[in-house]
Design a protein around this ligand. Structure first.
Ligand code: PLP
Length: 394
């Protein structure tokens, strides 16, 4: 165990003011949740917004509703390199995972390979994903889908607050979702947001949503204690403590279909009430740090663009070899610098589901899992930290 300053890989601060708003939200009950949903819908120009207990709960709800609309379709096409919560949610909705490789040196679909899958009559939806907040090419996917029954579900779990060509990420698909979990752009401890302008789909989602339970009292109290703990322990001088507690499973990516789906609590809605402010501040810091990384390191996955750099939640960096990535991680760990892997393997190699993909190969996704590391971009990152990380790279 190392005691001392350790950077967390990602840190979305909740803050004591938001915590106070959370407690005030509690006293307002359902109105707190309705207000938060209405505010998000307004901001994103979407007619429907649903608030649930996680991003995977949000995705599960969307998928169940889509399958009710098109019962003959049960396949969901996702990038072969993405968050394990995505295949977990697909399984939870009773549907099948279909994979498409990512393009070389990118985290987005290889569009030339999507093309081979879109005339599949079993295909229910495609899930382009803004990994780390890097905008996926939604328009590109849309141009390849000619079947009006195939839906685009935008996975903006990591991209709340991001924009591309003046359009807001999360509002580009037929339906989209954000995660409000720890380490995402905005956090209410845990949570998920669904946004759509599709009235028919929204009616189906609402029917499912109404059946979701509320948090029980003990779960609710746990959330409040968790919010306090996050405020205290995500600080670099405190982070050694949660990092040394194995039962917290910090930074571990697991495939788990046993999660519960609930309605977001009034407390969480209160935590999120001032999301515009909270997000604006953290966006500014993250965007600045992304710009710094782009000047310090070369050959990254993020192309420099006109205008301000994207407010990523971590800065993805592809090393030349698996060996170089492991060495980078080890040295960062020794120095407490917060460089982390993202997902341990490509989706077709997750042990619990690998047999579904026997004989299939997604080489770019597999290589990405072995060579990708992420650098912190949060407010606790200092110039010294960046220089230390850069010197390890050299
Ligand atoms: C975090 C995440 C999810 C799931 O969100 P949870 O709130 O953790 O359930 C889905 N997709 C991506 C890309 C994510 O990063």
């Amino acid at each position: 165990m190392r005691i001392g300053r350790i950077l967390p890989p990602a840190a979305s601060p909740i803050g004591w003011t938001n915590l106070a708003f959370g407690l005030r939200g509690l006293t307002k009950g359902n109105k707190s949740r309705d207000d938060f949903a209405a505010d998000l819908a307004l901001h994103y120009h979407q007619r429907h917004c649903f608030l649930v207990s996680s991003g995977k709960a949000a995705l599960t709800l969307i998928l169940k509703a889509l399958h009710q609309r098109y019962p003959g379709r049960d396949e969901v096409l996702i990038p072969a390199y993405t968050c394990y919560s995505v295949p977990s949610a697909i399984a939870r909705a009773g549907l099948k995972v279909r994979l498409c490789d990512i393009a070389e040196n990118s985290l987005d679909f290889d569009l030339s390979m999507i093309d081979q899958q879109t005339d599949n009559k079993k295909l229910l939806c495609v899930i382009p994903t803004h990994l780390f907040g890097l905008p996926a090419d939604i328009a590109g996917v849309r141009s390849l889908i000619t079947d009006p029954e195939v839906t685009i579900v935008e996975d903006a779990a990591q991209a709340m607050g991001g924009e591309v060509h003046g359009q807001q990420l999360g509002a580009l698909g037929d339906v989209g979702f954000f995660s409000l979990g720890r380490g995402k752009a905005l956090s209410t401890v845990e949570g998920g947001v669904i946004l759509t302008n599709d009235d028919e789909l929204a009616a189906l989602i609402r029917r499912e949503y109404e059946t979701l339970p509320e948090y029980q009292l003990t779960q609710h109290i746990k959330l409040i204690l968790y919010a306090i703990a996050i405020n205290l322990l995500m600080h670099p001088w405190m982070f050694w403590l949660p990092k040394s507690l194995p039962f917290l499973k910090l930074g571990e990516t697991i495939y788990d279909t046993g999660f519960s789906s609930k309605k977001l609590t009034a407390f969480q809605a209160g935590l999120g009430r001032h999301w515009r402010n909270t997000l604006a501040k953290s966006k500014q810091i993250r965007s600045t740090h992304v710009g710094d990384w782009q000047t310090i390191v070369t050959g990254s996955l993020t192309a420099k663009t006109d205008g301000p750099p994207q407010p990523l939640i971590r800065f993805p960096y592809l090393l030349d070899s698996p060996k170089a990535a492991l060495s980078m991680l080890q040295q960062s760990d020794d120095a407490g610098l917060g460089v982390a892997i993202s997902y341990p393997d490509a989706i077709h190699r997750i042990p619990q589901i690998a047999d579904q993909f026997a004989g299939q190969d997604y080489p770019n996704a597999a290589a990405m899992a072995q060579r990708l590391v992420t650098m912190p971009v949060h407010r606790y990152l200092t110039e010294n930290d960046m220089l230390s990380i850069a010197s390890i790279l050299r």
